[in-house]
Design a protein around this ligand. Structure first.
Ligand code: KG4
Ligand code: ZN
Length: 336
């Protein structure tokens, strides 16, 4: 089964062809980051305009790379939320037009669920096992807009154990980087800079470490601002490393605790912040110490991409959950 998948929820225009829910035949991603950089964040109007400009060529490239023609497609999967409404609508209109003209099923996918499904895609290291993922598992979903711990009981059965009460983890990285005048997006920049710094140089508090599964990151961000304002001589690389360590410690501790409490043998990472090298390393170490298996998608599947949407769409279709052509964008779509 060949699924054409489309993702336009934020500032990446992406189209992919996914075979049988796990084989990535193509996964084309056009990032708009250059256009938003000078504003220090995403400008929604620019995002939707750029999606419109590139959506058709990106879909054509995805088909070409996969060596698949429109007539070879069996379904179209598309992200319909959460995200920027003007951006979502671009992908949604394209998907509906293709599904309607080819008379094939359309399937709407929740972007957050798609991030989790990045763990079900075949990669060089995970062929064969992907289709037999063992449920239940705990997934730490950390992106620019969301931070949550999800108990994934089966396909389509997600229970959100906790979420952030204020900033998402990625948002905290981006805001701290902006304050330190490091550039945008802040996550990868802080990640790189932190490699040269001392993570123990500054002891930032670990917010809500022992309390439930909710998170709070705006306090660490404010702590960085206050500290640097009072101590301008502090080295930026040490601030970056110490801030990152504080965020990583909280994310890892809560994920491991949840896996134990809910008797899960496996934990998974998902979302843009799971590209963070310190988070990946610490999660692997702690998982090993606690005899847990850890799934981490390759970097290219952590940030926004359409292949993960195609994978999630495949399982919806298997469950006979196609959408109709009235499907509309839901900016604040929730998971679970
Ligand atoms: O999942 P994603 O591509 O888009 C959303 O759905 O939000 O996540 C983007 C977020 C941004 O906040 C970015 O700074 C963060 O992921 N990010 C990282 C890293 N790479 C991307 N954060 C920390 N370390 C990284 N290496
Ligand atoms: Zn995302």
């Amino acid at each position: 089964m060949n699924i054409l998948a489309i993702e336009t929820s934020c500032d990446e225009t992406s189209a992919a062809v996914v075979k049988d829910g796990c084989k990535i035949l193509s996964n084309i991603i056009a990032t708009q980051v250059e256009f938003h950089k000078k504003y220090g964040g995403i400008v929604p109007e620019i995002a939707s305009r750029k999606h419109i400009e590139v959506i058709n060529p990106i879909i054509e490239q995805a088909l070409d790379k996969a060596k698949v023609k429109f007539k070879d497609l069996d379904a179209v999967a598309v992200t319909y939320g959460p995200g920027l409404v003007g951006s979502l609508l671009v992908g949604l209109c394209a998907a509906k037009a293709i599904a309607y003209s080819l008379d094939i099923p359309l399937v709407g996918v929740n972007h957050l669920e798609a991030h989790i499904y990045a763990n079900f895609l075949e990669t060089r290291h995970s062929s064969l096992v992907t289709r037999n993922r063992k449920f239940p598992f705990v997934c730490l979903l950390v992106s620019g807009g969301h931070t949550m711990l999800v108990l994934v009981k089966d396909h389509g059965e997600d229970e959100v154990l906790g979420r952030t009460r204020d900033d998402a983890a990625g948002e905290a990285f981006d805001k701290v980087a902006r304050f330190l005048e490091l550039g945008y997006p802040g996550g990868p920049i802080i990640d790189k800079l932190a490699k040269e710094g001392d993570p123990n140089a500054i002891k930032f508090t670990r917010p809500m470490l022992d309390q439930g599964y909710d998170f709070s990151f705006s306090g660490i961000k404010t702590a960085v601002v206050n500290l640097v304002t009072r101590n301008p001589q502090l080295e930026t690389r040490n601030i970056a490393a110490s801030f990152q360590q504080a965020v990583v410690d909280v994310l890892v501790a809560k994920t491991i605790r949840a896996a134990k409490e809910y008797n899960c043998k496996t934990i998974a990472l998902a979302g843009g912040v799971s590209a963070n090298s310190a988070l990946r390393k610490e999660m692997e170490t702690q998982a090993k110490n606690n005899k847990l298996k850890v799934l981490i998608p390759p970097l290219s599947l952590c940030t926004d991409n359409a292949a993960m949407v195609g994978c999630a769409g495949y399982y919806h279709l298997k469950d006979k959950k196609a959408s109709d052509l009235n499907l509309t964008a839901v900016a604040s779509l929730r998971l679970g």
